[in-house]
Design a binder for this molecule. Structure first.
Ligand code: NAD
Ligand code: WQD
Length: 336
């Protein structure tokens, strides 16, 4: 298929673009590089043995999107492009609503004009708010910050659009906590500034870029007192996109799937796994809880297994080994 990938230069987008190329699809990436580097796509081309086409543009720019659709004639879209930092979204809500909602509306309008009826969207487990795990797709939703609200609003926009157009096929993927990197160590997560997320931070401590990790709370009602999450290898996540694409090829309508492992891992367990991966201790200090964090979150991933035939296959040790390989080969990310 000809697949247009928005945000394809980013962390999850670059791994998925590689998987699409490896599976024989033709790929065109639209990315404005606000949170990524074109170098990621050059490395994807090296790994795949052929490139994705690349348009450097904001998805909100409808003239560029119009020309790109007219030229590439995509049969499906995977929509990764979006701003994703929870704390930043509280400080800059209007930027988040403008970037995330406007880009989705422009994309859907352009798809409609060109008769493109398949879209896979990057949603997030953040839409479950403080729900009790295991979280299945019919668990109550409720976001606690502007970023999460953009995901919920986009899900509703997609659901409404699919009611209005019975040919539209929508796959909403609610990712849990994506970590890890391609086993080559050539592509991976390259956060700008101080990492917000646990594993990118641990990776920078492991390679000496930062002195110590802050553990946000060890007094949760969990076996070791630290927060529990469902970490999923980014390559398993990429495979989930291909499975969803396959499914919506001949299933119109609105579909939602969790992409997680169904297993919870604590912060202390992540530190131990990372120490095994890098071969030395990870210095840390325990601080108070971070505002807005829940004690435990993990998926019920059975719907994706049942309907897509997809399940995560990689464990925490492999995730940490692959993360460390990427981080130690590229201590400054793609800019080094
Ligand atoms: P990322 O920042 O690495 O990738 C997003 C890409 O989109 C970047 O390359 C950025 O330059 C680009 N972009 C952003 N807004 C754009 C716009 N309007 N037009 C064109 N390009 C734009 O993030 P990621 O971790 O790869 O996340 C991809 C998607 O998955 C996002 O929608 C994110 O909200 C969602 N998601 C991520 C996580 C996670 O923990 N990484 C979890 C759940 C959901
Ligand atoms: C994991 C655990 C922290 C950093 C976030 C978003 C969510 C989704 C994924 C996009 C928690 C603890 C963290 C640190 C720590 N993104 N921690 N020290 O909060 O589950 O989810 O990313 O959709 O929307 O909210 O992930 O990696 O930030 O935290 O102790 O320096 O690690 O308290 O228990 P989270 P995380």
């Amino acid at each position: 298929m000809r697949v247009l990938v928005t945000g394809g230069a980013g962390y999850i987008g670059s791994h998925t673009t590689l998987a699409l190329l490896e599976a024989g699809h033709d790929v065109l990436v639209v990315d404005d590089l606000t949170n990524s580097h074109a170098e990621s796509l050059r490395r994807v081309a090296t790994l795949a043995g052929r490139p994705a086409q690349f348009v450097e543009a904001n998805v909100r720019h409808d003239d560029v999107m119009e020309a790109t659709f007219a030229r590439f004639l995509p049969e499906a879209v995977i929509h990764f492009a979006g701003w994703k930092a929870v704390g930043e979204s509280v400080a800059k809500p209007l930027v988040y609503y403008r970037e995330n909602l406007d880009s989705t509306l422009t994309l859907l309008e352009t798809m409609q004009r060109h008769g493109c009826t398949r879209i896979v969207f990057s949603s997030s487990a953040t839409v479950y708010g403080a729900g009790e795990p295991p979280l299945s797709e019919d668990a109550p939703t409720g976001a606690t910050n502007p970023y999460g609200r953009t995901k919920l609003m986009i899900e509703e926009i997609l659901a409404d659009a699919s009611v209005a157009d019975p040919d539209l096929a929508v796959g909403v993927l609610r990712y849990f906590n994506p970590i890890g990197a391609h086993a080559s160590g050539m592509i991976g997560e390259d956060p700008q500034g101080i990492p917000n997320n646990l594993v990118p931070y641990v990776a920078q401590v492991a390679t000496g870029r930062r002195a110590e990790l802050s553990v946000f709370g060890d007094d949760y009602d969990t076996p070791d007192g630290t927060g529990i999450r469902d970490y999923i290898h980014v390559l398993d996540l990429a495979a989930g996109h291909l499975a969803a694409l396959d499914y919506i090829r001949d299933h119109a309508g609105y579909h939602v799937w969790n992409l997680g492992t169904g297993r919870g891992t604590s912060v202390f367990e992540i530190i131990s796994a990372y120490e095994r991966a890098c071969g030395h201790p990870i210095p840390y200090q325990v601080l108070p809880r971070r505002a807005g964090d829940v004690a435990r979150s993990f998926a019920d991933p059975s719907k994706a297994k049942r309907e897509l035939g997809w399940e995560a296959t990689r464990g925490i040790d492999e995730m940490c080994v692959d993360s460390y390989r990427w981080q130690s080969n590229n201590p400054r990310g793609f800019t080094a």
